[in-house]
Design a protein around this ligand. Structure first.
Ligand code: IPM
Ligand code: MG
Length: 371
């Protein structure tokens, strides 16, 4: 029997309630496969700060170090609440970025996916959604402005100034390009390269490295597109995109737009892949405004479990079953109140009921042991 250690970081806001549903699914996968998941919950985010003064406590680091994979809920507080925490201990700077750096999770996969029959979730017109939306955004996750040197001070004119550095070396660019090109090979063999080389030197090097590596993947057609144009085309014609690759900051913004064209960030799970260890998290925030009400949809959290099964544990078959189960629940007309534009005759259910329905659907499907 395979045995895996998994660290569970519930996070803040809606984190604990959507994590609970993800664990239900994981328990079922364990029950019906020859695999044992050893789950250890650890404090992380603003809740950890208020409990012990550190948003990423040493004990949590040790649990993550020992784990084979990490599942992380959303973190963060409302703008006002955040002010109660010193800037460097706020959960984004004090926990999330250090987590990414610790495990060097450089490749962030963010599926932007909506089958045709769930098209009513999208704010886009049906003729634009067409046969559905099926994109994977590949975001570089440990470089660029997020991790560059930062400086603040007062300049010679007595004005406060700030300087943040956008830095990449060719090895950092090459490794994310290889990931994106390999992913393209397993899909439609079209890669959209997102850049801003008309202004940024970083994008000039980004494109150069891609051009050098691309011949190793002769079957992949590469399309270069400026980031601002990509934002427009995601709204006008999302069907043209399959795999998109981009640097960290562009990926932060465009992936939220991805959630927008689906109708909700609640439909956005993600995988953060590192050389030795990966972690999995919803792409959205902790939604403090609806926390504790049992109304948040757990799709992004359960989807993150599916991505873990596929990428960390070679269980793509079960991952597919989970996607189908979740979409089946929507297909039966159920939804949760947090999802926008849920359609006319939708049956509203709560977070825990959604999780239970996913479990029921999954139970009815034959388990698939491997990929
Ligand atoms: C995301 C989030 C984070 C990011 C925040 C919480 C720091 O928005 O994962 O997209 O900017 O990377
Ligand atoms: Mg973001």
């Amino acid at each position: 029997m395979r045995h895996y250690k998994i660290a569970l970081l519930e996070g803040d806001g809606i984190g604990p309630e959507i994590m609970k549903e993800a664990v239900k699914v994981l328990k079922l996968v364990e029950k019906r496969n020859d695999v044992k998941f050893e789950l250890t919950t650890a404090d992380f985010g603003a809740s950890a700060y208020f409990k012990c003064g550190d948003p990423f406590p040493e004990e949590t680091k040790a649990i993550c170090d020992r784990a084979d994979a990490i599942i992380k809920g959303p973190i963060g507080l409302s703008h006002e609440e955040s002010k109660k925490i010193p800037v460097d201990k706020q959960p984004e700077r004090g926990a999330l970025l250090p987590l990414r750096a610790r495990f060097n999770t450089y490749a962030n996969y963010r599926p932007v996916s909506l089958p045709k029959d769930l098209g009513h979730f999208s704010p886009l017109k049906p003729e634009i959604v067409g046969d559905g939306i099926d994109i994977i955004m590949v975001r570089e996750l440990v470089g660029g402005l997020y991790f560059g040197d930062k400086e603040t001070g007062v300049n010679e004119q007595g004005l406060r100034y700030v300087k943040e550095t956008l830095e990449y070396d060719e090895a950092q660019i090459a490794r994310i390009m290889h990931q994106a090109l390999k992913l393209s090979m397993s899909r439609k063999k079209v890669l959209h390269n997102i850049h801003k080389s008309n202004v940024l030197k970083s994008s000039v090097l980004w494109n150069e490295v891609l051009e050098e590596i691309a011949p190793e993947y002769p079957e992949v057609e590469i399309k270069h597109i400026l980031v601002d144009a990509a934002a427009t085309l995601l709204c006008l014609n999302p069907g043209q995109f399959d795999v998109m690759v981009m640097e960290n900051m562009f990926g932060d913004i465009l992936s939220d737009q991805g959630g927008g064209i689906l109708g909700s960030l609640g439909l956005m799970p993600s995988a953060c892949i590192g050389p030795e260890k990966s972690y999995y998290e919803p792409s959205h925030g902790s939604a403090p405004d609806i926390a504790g009400q049992n109304i948040a949809n757990p799709y992004s959290m359960i989807g993150s479990v599916a991505m873990m099964l596929e990428h960390s544990f070679d269980m793509a078959g079960e991952a597919r079953n989970i996607w189908n189960a979740m979409q089946g629940v929507f297909g039966d007309g159920y939804s949760t109140p947090d999802l926008s534009r849920p359609g006319a005759d939708v049956k509203m259910i709560h977070t825990d009921e959604f999780g239970e329905k996913v479990v029921e659907k999954l139970q009815a499907m034959p388990a698939v042991a491997g990929p």
